[in-house]
Design a protein around this ligand. Structure first.
Ligand SMILES: *Cc1c(COP(=O)(O)O)cnc(C)c1O
Length: 426
């Protein structure tokens, strides 16, 4: 074990926007003896799991798939199962993840029409609409959109993108990277007529990395029948053939499936709308703190603000990587790094997954200390105070707690029991 890991009492807090903390319920569900994935009762786990995954994607007519891989494989599943080499796709680059998906599309042999967008903004709806309108021959087969650009903390308007595509009367498929949005912020597969949605296990699903969760619309399933891109391990046809009986085409990670069961139970138990509201409120508290520090988000306008991750710009004379370095080594918290074009310019606070007010306060306190240590002029408490105010003010009335004095703690009960016989004596 590395020595520096041993000198830390307390725990390391993950505020990178993935992997996220694993709830105790999910962690415990994964600690199971290894099981036979061809056992006759295995389908009793798999079939309802795939059905309930549809609920997270908000689809009645789509089909969910679980691949033993990461979100990156999900991108490849989406493209290779629906397209043929040379097919044109339209996408935009405005952060490391939208960049990587476009790069993957290119490397898969697709003809990528790439719109460069300033980092800090999202999918350019008007420009996409114009491009689609001009494409009279319908050469563009798919539009790829990164719903939540994790590198810059920017959320794009997928409902708006659907409307833009409809206005242009363009038949291209709509494919969405929802790795850091699905299960954390509003996503509606059917309503937004999304053809392929991609997610991963280690963000909103609060699991270890290692599962690509992908959902296909009926239209995308039909496209898979004629798509000529080479695929084998990531072919959905093999999954369709085996999933229908509750099995997989190769060995699934059973503990991960057990964990996913627990994670989906938690999400549906809380209610997706409540999950989204919680994420919004926690994110808003973080944004209040950032304004208290006098700092700016990488996201250029409030309409782009992400409820799952905030990328915070540091002044020019500061290296954001040093803040992250100090935060980790001195305070045992993991922040998200600035990636590629924003390396050193931003650090990120992930606020997705299994979080509450106090966990966010720990993040904000730790960040405040690390920024101070890194030589930034931050008045102690300036961000923390704003978040305290916001969380307290918005909790009142919203969070139901028992009336004070109504619930008897064990101490009060014990005192009463002792006192009772005395009163009987006359
Ligand atoms: C994390 C992430 C990915 C890819 O994730 P891996 O699981 O590391 O392959 C893709 N897109 C977005 C938006 C992400 O946040």
């Amino acid at each position: 074990m590395p020595a520096e890991k041993l000198v830390f009492p307390g725990r390391n807090y993950l505020y990178a926007p993935g992997p996220t903390h694993i709830p105790v319920e999910v962690q415990n569900a994964m600690v199971v003896p290894m099981e036979d994935h061809r056992a006759p009762d295995f389908p009793q786990l798999v079939k309802p799991l795939l059905r309930d995954l549809n609920k997270i994607f908000k689809t009645r007519t789509g089909k969910s798939f679980i691949f033993p891989a990461t979100g990156t494989a999900g991108w490849e599943v989406a493209l290779t199962n629906t397209l043929s080499p040379g097919d044109r796709v339209l996408t935009a680059r405005f952060g490391q993840f939208s960049h990587l998906w476009a790069d993957l599309a290119q490397r898969m042999g697709l003809d990528v029409e790439l719109v460069q967008v300033k980092w800090g903004e999202g999918v350019p709806l008007k420009q996409f609409e114009q491009i689609l309108r001009k494409d009279k021959e319908h050469k563009i087969k798919a539009v790829l959109a990164c719903h939540n650009e994790t590198a810059t903390g920017v959320t794009s308007n997928i409902a708006g993108l659907r409307r833009a595509m409809d206005r242009a009367k363009h038949p291209a498929m709509l494919m969405v990277d929802g790795v850091s949005s699905i299960a954390s912020i509003d996503f509606r597969m059917d309503e937004w007529k999304v053809d392929v949605a991609v997610s991963g296990s280690q963000k909103g699903f609060m699991l270890p990395a290692g599962m690509a969760l992908v959902c296909f619309s009926r239209r995308a399933l039909a496209a898979a029948k004629t798509a000529k891109c080479k695929r084998c391990f990531l072919d959905i046809a093999d999954h369709i053939a085996t999933n229908k009986d509750g099995f997989f085409p190769y060995t699934p990670s059973a503990p991960m499936l057990r964990g996913l069961r627990a994670s989906i139970d938690l999400l549906l138990g809380e209610g997706l709308d409540n999950v989204f509201q919680r994420h919004h409120r926690l994110a808003e508290g973080v944004r209040q703190a950032i304004s208290g520090w006098g700092l700016d988000l990488c996201a250029a306008e409030p309409k782009w603000y992400s409820d799952t991750v905030s990328a915070i710009k540091v002044p020019r004379n500061v290296n954001a990587a040093e803040v992250i370095h100090i935060a980790y080594h001195r305070y045992n918290i993991s922040l998200g790094a600035g990636l590629s074009e924003v390396a050193g310019k931003v650090f990120r606070i992930g606020h997705l997954g299994d979080n509450n007010e106090v966990r966010m306060m720990a993040a904000l306190g730790g960040v405040e200390m690390a920024m101070r240590d890194a030589g930034m002029k931050v008045r102690p408490g300036s961000g923390v105070a704003k978040a305290v105010e916001y969380y307290c003010d918005t909790a009142r009335g919203k969070k139901k707690i028992p009336a004070f004095g109504a619930a008897k703690g064990p101490r009060e009960t014990a005192v009463k029991k002792k006192a009772a016989p005395k009163r009987k004596k006359k």
